[in-house]
Structure formats: C-alpha cells, structure tokens
Write a protein that binds this ligand. Structure first.
Ligand code: RIB
Ligand code: CA
Length: 336
C-alpha cells in the first residue's frame, strides 16, 4: 500500500526539494495528500508559486497546497544570514518564476491546520516528510498536540550529527541549514516524542546528482515525458555543456531530500542508529547545531557523568546504499 504523506518543504524551481517532490508525486509507493511550503531556501511567496506550478505541469493540481510560515518562530535575518545561502523571510513579491506563474490557487487552510486536520482524520496512517525548516510542523504540534501520538512517522531532512561520520554543518561550522533557519522549531520537534526518522547531512553527503542520472531521466523512452522535459529544460544546461560536465560532473546538493522518500520505499538501504538528538537554541556559534548522544553514555574523559535527559531517542540514518537509491528514484520518475 502506498504511504500517505504531507510534503512540508522550502521548494524552489527545480531545487532539491522540487526534484524530490517530483519523485514523491510519480512514485507508485507514495501518495501525496498535500504540500505545505515553509520559507527557507526561498521566500514563501516564491515557494508557493513553484509548488502550484509544479502540480499544474505534472497534472496533479487536485493536490492542496497550503501556505505555511513566512518567517521562523524567533530567528531573524541578520548580517550573517545575508551573506550565506537562503532567501528566507525577505517578504518579496513574486510576479515571475522560470516556468511562468501558476493559474491555480492555494488551498485557504494554513499549513499547520492542514497538517493537523489530515493527520487526525486518518490516525496512524499519515507520514509528514519535512525537508525544510520545521516551523510548520512545530507550530502544528503546539496547536494540536494530539498529532504527536497520531502521526505515523515524521521523516526529516535536517541536522548534522558530530558523533557520526560526515557530521559538520553546512551553514555554520556545526549547524545544518534547515535546523539553523529555525532552531527553536527544530528543538520543539526533536523534543516532541513523535516517531521521528532523521536524515541529517551525514547520510545526505553520500548522495549527488550525476550526469548519468540526468541522461537516464531525459531518455525518450520515459513514461513521463513531462518530467523528462522539466529536467531537460532546467537541469540540462549544467550537463549538456561537455566542458562544464567535465569540470563539475555532479550537483552535490541534488538528492538530499530524496533520502526521506527512499526511506519510505526501502528502509533497508540505510544504516541507522537510535540516538537522542538535541538542537541548540543558544545564540552564537552553536545556534541550530544538533547534538547526538546515547542515554547513559559517559562523556569521554569524564567517567563520573553519564548523560541523562528526558528526550526520546530517534532513528538517525548516517549511511546508505546510494546506487540503490538511484535505481529507486530513476525508476519512479521514468516508469509508470
Ligand atoms: O541543508 C540541506 C537542506 O537545505 C536541504 O533541505 C536543501 O533544500 C538545503 O537548502
Ligand atoms: Ca529543503
């Protein structure tokens, strides 16, 4: 049976979230009940237009798109945010996106209401796949705490766990982008006790989008010519230039969010640990950093102090069979 999901995302035009949305929408193993954009990679108005237009192009405009938060709970843009990646909370108007503006409208419900309504209507059946900052999910949990018991699973792309391989940050030395944009929201979610699977940078750094994947997706034999066309138009310029392909043959960020979806289809391709993950909300260098540990572990060099907190462990993936992910992904978006 297909897994029912709500896709909570900071989608842009053919960014990783958008490519993963195509994966979810075309996979026979996944049923997308709604999309709930949240600011992050881009400003919310731009993301709403991208989500609606993508659904139109793929013939899925019956799926509701519910507007989420246009800013984090507490974090405000400062000089550092201006210098690093992420157009969150700029409150820009948008009158054009690469494929042209959508003609369909957003669903009138707020993302947090939609998440709760959908989870509570089908107890134990709905999974939240969250691949942007966790503002919508945290707010839904605070407004409707019953969802914590009734959600099937929350699969999150976020965090970077220092105790595991490849665990440095990508926006500060120790913080990953999604957690850093809204650390307070990430802390609420990680403390909630909900059944969480985390795909931190540790596992995402085992992925890349390659020229050979691109060529398989645009193959004229594809059952989804509209998908092949999107990749040809918007990803093609990177791979059609032999000089660029030779110098930079992969998109490094390309398939981070796909890991969350592959987990729903074949969890056996991942290597995981059950650990506690806390998110720092301390202002300064540690803001948004995620710290992983095992309850009762002794801090190295301090044998007298086992770590004891009240946080529940979550499943953290830190490695995967990437070749298998590629097969699952390319099959889903090229074969009916
Ligand atoms: O840190 C990786 C995350 O932020 C991904 O969700 C991606 O969209 C990026 O911008
Ligand atoms: Ca994202």
């Amino acid at each position: 049976m297909a897994r029912k999901i709500i896709y909570d995302t900071d989608i842009g035009w053919m960014n990783d979230d958008c490519m993963a949305a195509i994966f979810a929408l075309k996979s026979a193993h996944i049923d997308v009940l709604g999309i709930t954009p949240v600011m992050g990679n881009f400003d919310l108005n731009y993301e709403m237009a991208c989500a609606l237009r993508l659904l139109e192009i793929l013939g899925h405009d019956d799926i509701p798109v519910c507007r989420g938060f246009d800013r984090p709970l507490i974090h405000r843009r400062g000089p550092y945010a201006e210098k690093v990646w992420g157009r969150w909370a700029l409150h820009e108007t948008v009158d054009d996106i690469p494929p042209g503006m959508p003609s369909t409208n957003a669903d009138p419900r707020h993302a947090a209401d939609f998440i709760a309504e959908t989870v509570l209507a089908q107890p134990g059946e709905v999974t939240i796949v969250a691949v942007g900052p966790l503002t919508n999910v945290a707010f839904a949990m605070r407004m409707y705490p019953q969802i914590i018991e009734q959600v099937a699973e929350i699969v999150i792309m976020g965090g970077a766990i220092g105790r595991l391989p490849r665990g440095s940050g990508n926006v500060t030395p120790s913080a990953e982008f999604n957690f850093w944009v809204d650390p307070e929201a990430a802390a609420i979610v990680m403390h909630s006790g909900a059944p969480i699977t985390l795909m931190p940078l540790n596992v995402c750094r085992r992925t890349h989008f390659s020229g050979s994947m691109y060529r398989r997706i645009i193959n004229s034999e594809s059952d989804y010519p509209e998908v092949a066309d999107l990749f040809r138009r918007y990803i093609g310029p990177r791979f059609n230039d032999p000089e660029l392909d030779r110098r930079q043959p992969v998109l490094y960020y390309g398939v981070y969010d796909h890991a969350c979806l592959a987990w729903l289809i074949d969890p056996g391709i991942f290597t995981c640990e059950r650990i506690c993950v806390e998110v720092s909300t301390q202002p300064g260098l540690d803001y948004g950093a995620s710290h992983g540990y095992i309850q009762g572990d002794y801090v190295s060099g301090n044998e007298a102090l086992p770590i004891e907190t009240d946080i529940e462990p979550v499943t953290v993936a830190y490695d995967m069979d990437f070749d298998r992910l590629v097969e699952i992904y390319v099959d889903a978006i090229t074969k009916r």
